[in-house]
Write a protein that binds this ligand. Structure first.
Ligand SMILES: Nc1ncnc2c1ncn2[C@@H]1O[C@H](COP(=O)(O)OP(=O)(O)OP(=O)(O)O)[C@@H](O)[C@H]1O
Length: 263
């Protein structure tokens, strides 16, 4: 069941996302209507090149919408100044350029940047948030480890810890489980679900691991053609949306086992 909260929602109506090249609009997705609420773990899925990252960046306010507006807690996201926005919404991008020479503690401390003074001095409260984020992601034993010494799964957890230290109500993640084995994929998704439920946050993650999130997330956004459909996983399964998600009819979906198969 999708939890419904009044505040800190991410909302858009008739949104079009895409790119403008020499004045020409390239629409990737259009007519998108979403109302995403705190306390939910939400997955955004779709085939390669369907527009997941483009939509995520637009919802985060990093990319201008071609039509419509994104509202963060009833305010236009583009009208919120960057420092205020970074106290409400954090973004975890896997391919972001980050110095892996930083220790886990130093990386997670970067999450406090919106709150520190220009010298970057950490207060006791900042330190408490950092340690709490490290505890929540079970990285206590790696606090002083350099990021280049971490496995991909541990590094992914450190990036999530940085977003937790940022203490935002909304966390958006772009493919946080790429390159991870099944065990580590499961542990990241379970962690995200736990954070959404126990800390009452809105967590929206793009993923290709559809079968995993079908059994874990509260709400899914499925990109279909140039728009998207959103509902609970069970309602989406019943609607038959996964049966022809992939092109060329090569992949089918078994509604009983909730698994894809090759036709
Ligand atoms: N800077 C850009 N200018 C023009 N078109 C772009 C740009 N970046 C991406 N695109 C196009 O937008 C479409 C959606 O890309 P996007 O990266 O959002 O898809 P995706 O669903 O995240 O893909 P994947 O699953 O492969 O990561 C693609 O057709 C891509 O070629």
């Amino acid at each position: 069941m999708i939890k419904s909260q009044d505040s800190q929602n991410l909302y858009c109506k008739n949104l079009s996302v895409g790119y403008t090249n020499n004045g020409n609009k390239k629409i990737i997705l259009e007519d998108i209507n979403l109302s995403l609420k705190k306390g939910n773990f939400i997955s955004l899925v779709g085939i390669n090149g369907s527009g997941k990252s483009t939509l995520l960046r637009t919802l985060a306010g990093l990319q201008k919408a071609l039509e419509g507006e994104v509202y963060l807690d009833k305010r236009k996201i583009t009208a919120i100044d960057p420092v205020q926005r970074s106290k409400t919404l954090s973004l975890v991008l896997t391919n972001q350029q980050i110095s892996k020479n930083l220790t886990v503690l130093e990386l997670v401390a970067l999450g406090r940047q919106p709150y520190t003074n220009w010298l970057g001095t950490l207060t006791d409260s900042d330190k408490e948030h950092i340690l709490e984020a490290i505890r929540a992601t079970e990285l206590e034993n790696f606090k002083n480890t350099s990021c280049f010494e971490l496995s991909d799964g541990q590094f992914q957890r450190a990036l999530i810890a940085r977003a937790l230290a940022q203490n935002t109500e909304i966390i958006l993640l772009d493919e946080p489980t790429t390159h991870l084995d099944l065990h580590h994929k499961a542990s990241i998704f379970l962690l995200l679900k736990k954070i959404a439920h126990t800390h009452n946050k809105l967590i929206l993650s793009t993923t290709h691991d559809i079968e995993f999130v079908l059994s874990l997330c509260d709400q899914m956004i499925v990109i279909k053609g140039k728009t998207c459909i959103t509902d609970t996983p069970d309602n989406l399964i019943q609607s038959g949306v996964f049966e022809n998600l992939f092109p060329d009819n090569t992949i089918g979906f078994n509604t009983q086992s909730k698994q894809f198969f090759i036709r």
